[in-house]
Design a protein around this ligand. Structure first.
Ligand code: URA
Length: 435
């Protein structure tokens, strides 16, 4: 087999078979197929697409390019949840303890922040002492002991995706639905859980800006999961405004603690209850969504989800004083209110602009080697649909940067809030469920 023939075949719109896809992925992972040929293949896939069968075969080859975790010695149904990336999305920190408190086994491997979107690992690391680098056997022990662990992916998991993702990033081939679906699903499948719940974010702050594209991606990922024998379901959720009120690592952990204490913002809680109910069905802990939701409400009310979060933080070496008393988290030196310039209803809070602003305030990386300022970020005082008066605070910027360094950010954040004279209804957070 020659790689050039496979590129030409795909370029001409033909389907690649299982052996041909495996030849490409294995050869590329081992370094026998060069970047320029893989890059040409990705571009051909971007233009010509792939059939469902091809995407399943591509995902399967990627899964087997490295280590595949065996979680079979863990008790119970192992559940996982993945969000395609949004702004203010701290769902895993709340949802994990909630479903684990209801009896599911939450063994999650998470990622770091990408561009304007935050990552669960960075958020967790804002808790002093906490580590996300847990050795395989310790990860299993922790999940067996308390039912939950959130750790970083090991280097040996899906090496094909590590190479391909970096290549796609610099060759204009990220935005291909077959390539995104196989990239996400290969990592989820290699992580070895029994079930996968996907939260596909849709809107200006998300990867998928358009609901039709998001639906196509979600359906394809659900099909890949089913074909490779995993119970996979998806929700499409609104990312046209940030989720909840807090954006930024320690700020989001504080909001997650509030949520676990029963005082979470309504959009964030709605997403957690919907995803959580689906996960309890996947784990066979319930057979209808209403009862599942009641169970989840109960573990928030009685504090058992919060207790489990504390146990997880403790097991991963974190200082639980910060969880019991979130005022211990050090605040940024400057907390700057951004004011409304007119009366009206909040029509839009551009999540992309807010995510970028939070990153530039110090809350994210602009280069891989950047260190994150855990205290930096933005706290919204208004959400879409709220009434606002001229000069009222729209949000607070938290930063350790000097004021003259962030003048443009203040202007950009002000522009991210669109205010209308006409009534604006509260947007729905759950757009669709795909099973
Ligand atoms: N997230 C991934 O892991 N891969 C993609 O291709 C896009 C988002």
């Amino acid at each position: 087999m020659r790689m050039v023939d496979l590129i030409i075949k795909k370029r001409n719109g033909k389907s690649l078979n299982k052996e041909e896809i495996a030849f490409w992925i294995n050869g590329y992972t081992r370094g026998e197929i060069p970047d320029y040929q893989s890059s040409a293949m990705c571009m051909a896939i971007l233009f010509k697409g792939m059939s469902e069968e091809e995407v399943v075969n591509l995902t399967d080859s990627m899964v087997h390019s490295g280590e595949v975790l065996d979680l079979s010695i863990l008790k119970g149904v192992k559940v996982d949840k993945h969000s395609t990336g949004g702004v203010g999305d701290k769902t895993s920190l709340i949802l994990g303890p909630m479903v684990a408190a209801c009896g599911a086994t939450f063994a999650k491997l998470s990622g770091r922040g990408l561009s304007h979107t935050g990552g669960t690992l960075d958020k967790l690391e804002s808790i002093p002492g906490l580590t996300v680098e847990i050795e395989g056997h310790r990860f299993i022990e922790q999940v067996n002991e308390i039912g939950i662990a959130i750790a970083g992916q090991t280097q040996s998991l899906v090496p094909a995706d590590k190479k391909l993702y970096a290549l796609r990033d610099v060759t204009g081939t990220v935005e291909s639905i077959p390539l995104i679906a196989s990239s996400i699903m290969s990592k989820k499948l290699a992580a070895g859980t029994d079930t996968i719940l996907l939260d596909v974010n849709v809107g200006n702050g998300a990867f998928m800006k358009d609901i039709n594209e998001a639906r196509t991606l979600a359906k394809l990922m659900v099909k890949i999961g089913h074909n490779l024998s995993r119970d996979t379901r998806a929700v499409l959720s609104n990312m046209n405004e940030p989720l909840g009120l807090a954006i930024g690592n320690a700020l989001e952990v504080k909001e997650a603690i509030e949520a676990l204490r029963g005082k979470g913002p309504s959009d964030l809680m709605e997403l957690c209850y919907t995803c959580g109910s689906l996960i309890l069905l996947q784990a066979h802990l319930d057979d209808n969504l209403e009862d599942a939701r009641k169970k989840l409400e109960k573990v928030i009310e009685d504090g058992s989800a919060f207790s489990l979060f504390i146990k997880m933080v403790e097991a991963q070496g974190g200082d639980i004083d910060y969880i019991l008393n979130p005022n211990k988290f050090v605040l940024a030196k400057n907390i700057i209110p951004v004011k409304a310039q007119k009366d009206g209803y909040i029509k839009e809070i551009n999540a992309l602009e807010i995510g970028l602003a939070s990153m530039l305030l110090g809350g994210g990386r602009t280069k891989i080697e950047d260190t994150i300022d855990m205290a930096a970020g933005i706290v919204l005082n208004k959400k879409v649909g709220d009434i606002v008066k001229e000069n009222e605070t729209l949000c607070y910027l938290h930063t350790n940067k000097k004021l003259d360094e962030i003048k443009q950010i203040i202007i950009d954040v002000q522009k991210a809030f669109v205010i209308s004279k006409d009534f604006v209804p509260k947007p729905k957070v759950i757009l669709e469920v795909i099973e």
